[in-house]
Structures are given as structure tokens and as C-alpha cells.
Design a protein around this ligand. Structure first.
Ligand SMILES: [Fe+2]
Length: 194
């Protein structure tokens, strides 16, 4: 699939908004997990990766007023040269959110949409677990992460229902959790983990 800009350019655009450190970490983790998921699904890693990287492209600009999240994304992405399909893929991670008037009544129907929503939500769980383990991810195992997944009080903001949407793509929850660990391990030094 064709992308109108390079990953480097996408990073540049995100950085030019002066994102908070954790938000930028979230973008990098979402990219990393999406790349692993694409590999497992036999899909385009470059496309899935950039979609993960840019899924919250207007977050820094809208976070003060959450109900406006994803209202600026279409224009920003259009100006970067992305097509309407990419833009809809980005918007789909906001489907079903009560806070987002334009998107709350929509439902995800495509593999790439379930993959994005599940992957970006999982990043919060993996990161919180890594912090709990003294920022260590290099020896994180599936078994431990599964326990944290089942403990609904842990990183309670990470919707277990959305993470479970991965099953609609044909991957199992375990496979996604492994993608989460493996993907984020690969970028650990960039995001302050070890
Ligand atoms: Fe996100």
C-alpha cells in the first residue's frame, strides 16, 4: 500500500506539535505493536506501522477538550497527502467512544480497524506493566501480561473489550499480547524502558 510520506516525515510532523513525552511514547508503541500485528496477519508492515504512529495525530492539539479529539485529524492527514481510506482508518479507533459525538455511533467492521483499536489500547497495559516491573520489559513474559490483562483494576483505562476485538481479525488474544511484548521490546531504549 502506498504512503504519501516517509516515517521520518511523520515523526517530524508529530514532534513539531511538541507532544508531551508520554503521548509521543504512545505513538511509538502503537507503531511498534501494529508492525508486529501486520506481520502476523500477513499485512503491510509499513502501512500498519504508520497508521499506528499517526492514529492520534491531533491529540496534542485537542486533548484539552477531549470531545474534539479526531476532529482535526482529517485536515491534518489530508495536508500530509493521505487518502480518505487512511483517514477513515484513523477515525475508526474513536468509534464507540461516548465522548466523541461524530464517532460514538459507528462500529468497526474491518480487520485493520480492529487491529488498530486493539493494538493502541494494549500499549497502555504493556507500558503500565513495564513500569510496575521497574521499567523492565526485556524479560517480560506472556504469562505475566495475561495476569495483568485479567486484573481489570490494573491499568483500568485500557479497555479489555477493545483489546479483545483483535479476535475479529483471526488472531488470538495471546497472539496480540505477544505482539505487544515483542514490538515494544524492540523500541525499549527509545522509550525509556530496559
Ligand atoms: Fe492512541
Amino acid at each position: 500500500m502506498n504512503l504519501p510520506i516517509t516515517r521520518e516525515k511523520a515523526i517530524e510532523v508529530l514532534k513539531s506539535q511538541n507532544p508531551e513525552e508520554f503521548d509521543f511514547i504512545h505513538y511509538l508503541m502503537s507503531e511498534a505493536v501494529m508492525r508486529e500485528v501486520a506481520l502476523k496477519l500477513g499485512e503491510d508492515q509499513g502501512y500498519y506501522g504508520v497508521l499506528g504512529l499517526l492514529h492520534d495525530v491531533d491529540w496534542t492539539l485537542t486533548k484539552k477538550d477531549v470531545k474534539t479529539h479526531l476532529t482535526l485529524a482529517p485536515e491534518i492527514l489530508k495536508s500530509m497527502g493521505f487518502d480518505s481510506e487512511f483517514i477513515e482508518n484513523v477515525l475508526s479507533h474513536g468509534y464507540g467512544f461516548e465522548e466523541l459525538p461524530e464517532l460514538k455511533d459507528k462500529v468497526r467492521t474491518k480487520k485493520i480497524e480492529w487491529a488498530l483499536a486493539a493494538s493502541e489500547t494494549l500499549t497502555g497495559l504493556v507500558y503500565a506493566y513495564a513500569l510496575m516491573r521497574g521499567k523492565k520489559i526485556s524479560d517480560m513474559e506472556l504469562k505475566g501480561l495475561k495476569k495483568k490483562f485479567k486484573d481489570k483494576a490494573f491499568a483500568a483505562g485500557c479497555s479489555r473489550d477493545i483489546i479483545t476485538e483483535i479476535e475479529k481479525t483471526g488472531l488470538t488474544l495471546d497472539e496480540l499480547l505477544e505482539c505487544g511484548i515483542n514490538g515494544i521490546k524492540k523500541i525499549k531504549s527509545e522509550i525509556g524502558l530496559e
